[in-house]
Design a protein. Structure first.
Length: 160
């Protein structure tokens, strides 16, 4: 095969430090645009981004020239700096150190896009922590050594 073709779809979920509700609706859209730029500058494709004041979801088409850890460091570092440089919060903004990462097949991508797009509506019905626990339970995630992982053949949750 003369060319390399890789198709990897990853959803990331991450939150401000202490899961504080710091992402304000007045600048949330600009934050999403900024993060999209960081993702695209790293040769990945943003498929969907949205969240709540206390967390953010993004689904990307992942390009394998960069590690997942490096991408998340770039996204979180650059966006924290952008928030702080623009003085969008009263105190210094930081993302919490961890994140969730989930892989999806092409057939699941539209469902995940819809899930991310409808975050505000979804969270009107379910508290954030309940929602995450529901998502983990229905994704067949198991907790071992403070790292969630999926059972074999159900996908992969990357180091959180």
């Amino acid at each position: 095969m003369a060319n390399t073709y890789i198709q990897i779809h990853l959803q990331f979920v991450f939150a401000p430090k202490f899961r504080a509700s710091l992402i304000h609706p007045s600048w949330e859209n600009d934050l999403s645009k900024y993060i999209t730029g960081v993702v695209q500058n790293n040769k990945h494709k943003m498929l969907s981004i949205n969240g709540m004041p206390d967390h953010l979801h993004m689904l990307i088409g992942f390009h394998t020239t960069q590690s997942i850890a490096d991408l998340m460091q770039d996204v979180k570092g650059a966006s924290s700096k952008w928030i702080n440089d623009n003085k969008l919060t009263k105190s210094r903004f930081e993302w919490q150190s961890g994140y969730g990462g989930f892989s999806y097949s092409k057939s699941q991508v539209q469902t995940v896009i819809d899930y991310i797009k409808n975050q505000k509506e979804h969270h009107k019905k379910r508290h954030s922590w309940r929602s995450i626990n529901y998502f983990w339970k229905n994704s067949k995630l198991t907790l071992k050594n403070n790292i969630y992982s999926m059972s074999q053949n159900d996908g992969v949750l990357l180091r959180a």
